[in-house]
Ligand binder design. Structure first.
Ligand code: MEV
Length: 398
């Protein structure tokens, strides 16, 4: 096997092997060296983050200044490779700061974990015994939940689901968690695996007439509709004046509203619309070393929650007030994971004033709404090429 033992080689050994195999040449080695952290501490940090590390892949680290969120000013770090995203967020931040800023609230921070299992006994018996089983499950993880409870987190509920109509013998225990300022994936997964073992013991003891459950898997769910944040901007329609390309604010509001309605009824447009929201959200999630795959997956699932993929934003124009709202799920942390271990993530959190997880949800949502507002403004006025992508075009010409 050409690459057997590759993972055991030192970083230099891996490079040699790739040269030997003709995968890397001198030019490639030069690129890798150019972007290699000079500080050995940083290098060893990256080597610990993933496997088979042979280099780092730098991406621009930018600042979008001038956000006003719930009357508090923020300077927001953004990591993105897409030109014009930071400029668009900054433009929007300034525009809305002059009109009262972003109003946000965390709707809830509940996350879900699932124990998936097969059981051939009488579902009625399982249901009757579920309070006793839940209590045993809870007790089995007290040593894990104690410190989380101290931080106002922990397990907040259990639910038994009989899904035997969809899959033979298939049941699920759905556990609700609050994870304070951590994203909580490790905590949730540790609790679930321990509780799954206890589920087998408790069921055997409480319902001896049936076989023990067969645990299929225990894992958190990245579908987080109840870990959700709302973000809104509003102003009287005449205050929409002053945007380049807008001569008539009422007509701008009408066209903007139509763009949102189109993204609500047409999934092809909705995906692009929501992608523009994640231009902003992902950049903040990346800058704080949070899990952008989890955040995106949750967002797109939430966009489909009514059975059809839709815009994550909604608009209302009542009594001459333009009100634009984003509602989005988001499981993030400001402690644990890489949030402090990655020096750039720690820096981002410091720049943001060391927010709680809830605050970070509100900041990221505001940047998402800012980017989407800038995109729709450009699309419904000057067009995206003139309004939104001049930097991109400049880069292409270089
Ligand atoms: C480009 O990255 C994002 C946009 O396509 C978003 C949108 O169309 O709303 C401009």
């Amino acid at each position: 096997m050409r690459f057997s033992g590759f993972s055991k080689l030192s970083a230099a050994g891996k490079l040699n092997k790739l040269v030997e195999e003709g995968i890397l040449d001198a030019e490639a080695l030069n690129s890798l060296t150019t972007f290699q952290p000079k500080d050995p501490l940083a290098q060893s940090l990256f080597e610990k983050m993933a496997e088979n590390v042979i280099g780092t892949f730098p991406t621009p680290y930018s600042i979008a200044p001038g956000f006003l969120i719930n009357n508090k000013p923020y300077v927001v770090p953004m990591v993105t490779e897409e030109s014009s995203v930071v400029a668009a967020a900054s433009w929007s931040a300034r525009f809305w700061t002059e009109r009262g800023g972003f109003r946000t609230k965390v709707i809830s921070e509940t996350k879900i974990g699932q124990i998936h299992f097969l059981w051939s006994g009488d579902p009625g018996l399982l249901s009757q015994n579920s309070p006793a089983i839940f209590s045993r499950l809870r007790s089995s993880v007290v040593h894990l939940t104690k410190s989380m409870e101290y931080r106002s987190g922990g397990i907040t509920g259990f639910e038994l689901l009989n899904l035997t109509n969809s899959l033979e013998r298939y049941f699920q225990i759905r556990v609700s968690f609050l994870t304070a300022d951590s994203m909580g994936a490790n905590f949730i997964n540790s609790c679930l695996e321990m509780m799954a073992a206890e589920l087998c013991r408790a069921t055997e003891e409480l319902i001896p007439v049936a076989d023990s459950p067969e645990i299929i898997m225990s894992i958190l769910s990245n579908h987080t509709p109840d870990c959700r944040v709302e973000c809104m901007v509003e102003c009287p329609i005449p205050e929409l004046a002053g945007i380049r390309g807008v001569e008539d604010p009422a007509d701008f509001a009408r066209r903007f509203s139509l763009a949102v309605q189109i993204a609500t009824i047409d999934p092809y447009r909705a995906v692009t619309h929501n992608k523009g929201i994640y231009n902003g959200i992902d950049a903040v999630i990346l800058a704080t070393a949070n899990d952008f795959r989890a955040v995106e997956a949750a967002g797109h699932a939430y966009a489909s929650i009514g059975g059809q993929y839709r815009s994550l934003t909604s608009i209302s124009i009542d009594n001459n007030i333009f009100r634009y709202t984003l509602e989005v799920p988001m499981a993030v942390g400001t402690v644990g994971g890489l949030t402090k271990a990655h020096p750039m993530a720690a820096l981002s959190l410091k720049i943001l004033g060391n927010p709680t997880a809830g605050e970070l949800m509100q900041i990221a949502a505001s940047v998402g709404l800012a980017n989407n507002f800038a995109a729709l403004k450009a699309l419904t006025t000057t067009g995206i090429q003139a309004g939104h992508m001049p930097l991109h075009q400049r880069k292409q010409k270089q």
